[in-house]
Design a protein around this ligand. Structure first.
Ligand SMILES: NC(=O)C1=CN([C@@H]2O[C@H](COP(=O)(O)OP(=O)(O)OC[C@H]3O[C@@H](n4cnc5c(N)ncnc54)[C@H](OP(=O)(O)O)[C@@H]3O)[C@@H](O)[C@H]2O)C=CC1
Ligand SMILES: Nc1nc(=O)c2c([nH]1)NC[C@@H]1CN(c3ccc(C(=O)N[C@@H](CCC(=O)O)C(=O)O)cc3)C=[N+]21
Length: 287
């Protein structure tokens, strides 16, 4: 029997989430509530500018009012925090997102901690990260949430499965490992110091790659039938590619996300969802 590979269409799934978010926003509109998201962009990194544009256009399709706060490249940590504190106080802003990376080696930790946990739609605040680690997920990082969402939509069982994550960043690898543990998967997390990457990746029923290294994952590193989530976004010449050798690996995978059109759109979709969750929580008394 020939098993066909499922191409996980992140863009189509994101379209469904946008429609669902719009419905939720319409319900709130009956009570004169409009969900509001503020993004904070420091400096002029072209990739960040593009991501911010993608997020704002998704908001406009999903019934969320959004605004971008632009701060100059030369901003100090204190100036960024002062701006965030202003947004914390505004009732028309339900979600705040500080776009990463910050320029010039500015440390994002303190600025991130200044976002009210209730408005932290990226899920990066230590209070939300701590809750996640303790198994009481509230607002959580959007990329891992998008992966979990897609797996649920594909009816893929997580309990007892072998999940291998390549990359242990604070925004993808670490929170995803905690979310998978919360769902009773067996989790391995690999990184640059892992001695034999292939030895681990071959165990995976679900393989998530977030390393930022084009072509890192080849066919022989993947178990046939595995579900592959390629988080990487790399520019090679004028092309955008992931971390997985898509041509090769898509031949044997059970399911795979393309780049572009996979995990990226799912990430943005989860930002919309969490903005609605935050808005509903903050306006409980008015509903
Ligand atoms: N699609 C989306 O929505 C998103 C995409 N991204 C993309 O995902 C990629 C990863 O980003 P991010 O999660 O922020 O991680 P970082 O770029 O901060 O870190 C990369 C991680 O991969 C590990 N790593 C690097 N090279 C190798 C290697 N050769 N073998 C094994 N592990 C390796 C690093 O290990 P160590 O720390 O030990 O060096 C580190 O844990 C980037 O391409 C980024 O653009 C990120 C966020 C969202
Ligand atoms: N505070 C913060 N929150 C983030 O969520 C955050 C961040 N900072 N910094 C950077 C990363 C990266 N990220 C992406 C979002 C969407 C796509 C996306 O939609 N990409 C499209 C287009 C890709 C292309 O062509 O370049 C796609 O994959 O189809 C990608 C990457 C969010 N991040």
């Amino acid at each position: 029997m020939i098993e066909l590979t499922t191409i996980i269409d992140g863009k189509a799934l994101a379209g469904e989430v946008e429609a669902e978010t719009l419905e939720r926003a319409k319900k709130l509109a009956n009570k004169a509530i409009v969900p509001g998201l503020a993004t904070v962009l420091v400096g002029e990194n072209p990739a960040s500018q593009m991501y911010i544009r993608l997020k704002h256009s998704a908001c406009s399709r999903a019934g969320i009012r959004s605004e971008n706060v632009l701060l100059p490249e030369s901003s100090t940590e204190e100036e960024i925090i002062a701006k965030i504190e202003e947004l914390n106080l505004r009732e028309d802003i339900n979600g705040i997102l500080l776009q990463l990376p910050l320029p010039g080696g500015l440390n994002p930790q303190r600025a991130m901690m200044s976002i009210l946990p209730e408005k932290d739609v990226d899920g990066f605040h230590p209070r939300n990260m701590g809750a996640l680690l303790l198994g009481a997920e509230r607002l959580v990082p959007c990329t891992p949430l998008g992966i979990i969402y897609a797996l649920e939509r594909l009816d893929k069982k997580l309990e007892g499965t072998e999940v291998v994550i390549v990359g242990h960043s604070n925004v993808v690898g670490k929170p995803l490992a905690a979310m998978m543990l919360n769902r009773n998967a067996t989790v391995q997390v690999c990184h640059v110091f892992t001695r034999d990457l292939a030895e681990h990746t071959r165990d995976a029923d679900i393989l998530v790659v977030a390393a930022g290294v084009p072509g890192l994952i080849k066919k022989e590193m993947v178990r046939p039938g595995a579900y592959i989530f390629d988080v990487g976004i790399n520019r090679v010449g004028d092309k955008t590619v992931g971390d997985v050798d898509y041509e090769e690996v898509s031949q044997i995978a059970g399911a795979i996300t393309p780049v572009p059109g996979g995990v990226g759109p799912l990430t943005v979709a989860m930002l919309l969802r969490q903005t609605l969750n935050a808005t509903e929580d903050q306006t409980k008394d008015q509903q």
